[in-house]
Design a binder for this molecule. Sequence first.
Ligand SMILES: Nc1ncnc2c1ncn2[C@@H]1O[C@H](COP(=O)(O)OP(=O)(O)OP(=O)(O)O)[C@@H](O)[C@H]1O
Ligand SMILES: [Mg+2]
Length: 250
Amino acid sequence: MDPPSQVTPPVRGPRTVALVGIDGSGKTTQAHLLADELSALGLPASYRRNAGGRRWFGRLATALGRRDGEDLLGRRGMLVVESLLRWLAILRTLLRRAVTGEIAVMDRYAVCQYASLRAHGAGPAAERRARLAYRLFPKPDVTFLLAVDPAVAYDRVESRGYDHEEIGYLRAAAAAYRALPEYPDFVVIDANRTPAEVLASLRAELAAYLPDAPRRRRLTPRSNFRVLILALGSLTAGVSALGNRLAEVL
Ligand SMILES: Nc1ncnc2c1ncn2[C@@H]1O[C@H](COP(=O)(O)OP(=O)(O)OP(=O)(O)O)[C@@H](O)[C@H]1O
Ligand SMILES: [Mg+2]
């Protein structure tokens, strides 16, 4: 009888799924639901948040008697901090994914930073710098754009009750996502509907990417070691690239 194979079985199905879209489009809600659903199907998946820290800075600013993060750091300063924090969050997500082998269901990704830069009125040079720093990160296997009427998103954010977005900003952000060069690659989901309906659409679209028979991904110690070395190499390269970019901006 042959000894058990040490070779990791070929992995099918997505490894990274990104949910992107304007504030209030339902990314956090759907990313949690989707991760739970994939896990229930026997495909280990985790919800991963790639936040830019704008909300956290908003709270800090209020505590310090300022209106919001931009009032505290300036528009440009807030964009630099957001770009840096999101970059670190994505790196952490990808490292964790590499080590655990789980599917990462990501709440926001690099494209959100490009859309944020555009919607906050940053120039093309700022986006070029961000793209240079973020080019380290691979394209997700599938990116869902939760497309929602900005007025609907505005009402959702208001009833959520813990933050506030200007309708003008939400409109600019919606337009920014549509104008991104990555837009043709997005799977656009009508997110104006109920959470259950949106989830059903995500499920239907994702089915094309899923293996026929769900199976657990196992990483051998050797492949774990390899991804760790790759990840550490990428980390060093990324930190120095970002450092150079930031030095140019500041
Ligand atoms: N399809 C939906 N219909 C109605 N309400 C929804 C729907 N999806 C989410 N919500 C509610 O709307 C609010 C915003 O949703 P959620 O926080 O998931 O959006 P988000 O895209 O993550 O926003 P942000 O970018 O600001 O983090 C929440 O209170 C959530 O419960
Ligand atoms: Mg959210």
